[in-house]
Structure formats: C-alpha cells, structure tokens
Design a protein around this ligand. Structure first.
Ligand SMILES: C[S@@+](CC[C@H](N)C(=O)[O-])C[C@H]1O[C@@H](n2cnc3c(N)ncnc32)[C@H](O)[C@@H]1O
Length: 260
C-alpha cells in the first residue's frame, strides 16, 4: 500500500523504534532508520509522499500538506458545550439518547464518534469505520494512548471501537435493524477550505461519494435514523433522499436526516 514509510523521531529512542516496528508490521510498510535525516531527504530517498513518525508513544503522519495526528480538540469543546446544556447539532440530528448504538461510517479522526460516545454513555456503543488504513491506524492508536484530564472525555474516547473497513462492504455484513443510527460524514463534494480540522486529512482520505446503495443498506441496518453531514448548499441531500435537513440556520454544514 500507500506511498508511506515509517520511522522514529530524531532521537531514535528504543520505545519509538518498537512502536515504528509495530506500525510497519500492521500496515505492511517499510521501516527506515531516521539517522537525523530531515523529512524532505527521507521522502526523496524512498520516493514516498508520507512519512509516519513514531514519537513519544504515538504517531504523526508527515504529509506534503502538513502534519496529521490524533487530537480530540473539537470533541472536547463540543462535549463541554453539551454539558453546559448548549446541545450539539450532530447529536440533535442523530437524536442520540443514552444507551443507543451508533455506526459512524466515516470515522476520520473521530471527533463525531467521541461526541456520540459521550452522549450514548457507558450503556451505549459507537463503532467507527474508516476506509483509509493510515487514518484508522493513527486514530485507533491515538485513542488508545490519549490521556484526557477529565474522566468523561477520557472514557468516551476509550469506548469508541475503531474498525478499518469500507462502509460499502461492512454494512452488507450487518443484520437488519441491528444499530440505532447510521451516520455518514463523507469528504464533501465541494470542500470548505477553511475547515482546518479536515484540511490535513485530504491527502490520505477516501474521497468517494456516498452512493444510494449504501444509503439503502444503512436504512436496512438502522432502527432509528440515517444521517449525512454535508456542505449546507450541497445537492447530495436531494440526490440521496435525505428529505429532512437539520443544523444551524447560518451554519456552513447541515445534516440530512432520514427517519425510520
Ligand atoms: C470528513 S472525514 C470524517 C470526519 C469525522 N466525522 C470527524 O469527526 O473527524 C471523512 C472520513 O471518511 C473516510 N471514508 C470515506 N469513504 C469511506 C468508506 N467508504 N468507508 C469508510 N470510511 C470512508 C475518509 O477516509 C475520511 O477519513
């Protein structure tokens, strides 16, 4: 796969080397010695775009567009807002309640999954699917290692179950009515360039559009709702049959809702 090598930071600690070895095995990519080389040299020497770097117990992906790593910053803020009673557009669109099971088909760096995990609580379940092996790996390792200072955020992160899979295939394996909500947040057809959380993801993300076959599978698998997030001016909602629109009136993103 994937146009990527793995190495350590310049200090070449033995812990980082072990982590890098684990990544090389799991992802089937080449492990190279850092030898204090600048990133640009490594890219050139090995003819790759991306360098996965093991450092201080976790991973950063160095891409030509910038660095990519797991951090729950947006979910942290959103959980704080929910706790202060301000609500959350995604949680409202999904109509999340304690104890629900949510299938997040497009995990990315997991902000939406973490918020959903917080709302459904310990009695609920959030499964996050991610087609890109690199993103799935960085998110699942980041979630495992991250130490949040507050318990609610910490346990919400730890409860998210990450699976490296394509939702088109995974949905077909699930029985009818087996989860409460299926959620899609595909890469937008017309990206919002000021979306700084998503920008570093673009070079390694799966950009395929959501298709009607997957929406129909989601309707079969979900008991309560199927929801898609998109640019608020997107024609995707109409194309895919999301006949109810939720989200902030002036927000640049909206949620298409299918009630079941
Ligand atoms: C816009 S990002 C999701 C951001 C995420 N909701 C968050 O809160 O961080 C879309 C993600 O879905 C992934 N993706 C796209 N198509 C997919 C598919 N068919 N199966 C699984 N993941 C997919 C992309 O690789 C990308 O990481």
């Amino acid at each position: 796969m994937i146009n990527t090598i793995v190495t350590t930071d310049r200090k070449n600690h033995s812990d980082s080397l072990k982590l890098a070895q684990m990544a090389a095995e799991r992802l089937g990519i080449k492990l190279v010695k850092r030898n204090r080389e600048p990133m640009e040299n490594l890219r050139e020497m090995y003819g790759v775009d991306n360098v996965l770097v093991a450092k201080r117990g976790s991973f950063t992906l160095d891409t030509p567009e910038g660095e990519l790593f797991f951090h729950p910053n947006m979910s942290q803020l959103r959980i704080k807002n929910i706790r202060m009673g301000e609500g959350d557009h995604m949680a409202n669109a999904l109509d999340l309640q304690e104890g629900m099971t949510v299938l997040d088909c497009t995990l990315g760096f997991g902000a939406d999954s973490i918020v959903a995990s917080f709302v459904v609580g310990e009695g609920g379940q959030v499964i996050g699917l991610e087609a890109s092996p690199l993103i799935a790996f960085i998110t699942s390792e980041g979630m495992k290692k991250f130490l949040a200072t507050n318990y609610e955020l910490h346990s919400a992160i730890k409860r998210v179950q990450v699976i490296n899979a394509d939702y088109n295939e995974y949905l077909q394996t699930l029985p009818d009515n087996s989860v409460d909500v299926v959620y899609f947040d595909p890469m937008f057809r017309h990206p919002l360039r000021d979306s700084h959380n998503i920008n570093p993801l673009r070079s390694v993300a799966d950009h395929r559009p959501l298709e009607l076959t997957a929406v129909n599978e989601a309707k079969r698998v979900a008991r309560h709702r199927v929801v898609m997030k998109e640019n608020s001016r997107s024609l995707e909602f109409a194309r895919l049959g999301f006949n109810e629109i939720a989200g902030g009136k002036h927000s640049k993103v909206h949620y298409g809702v299918i009630r079941l």
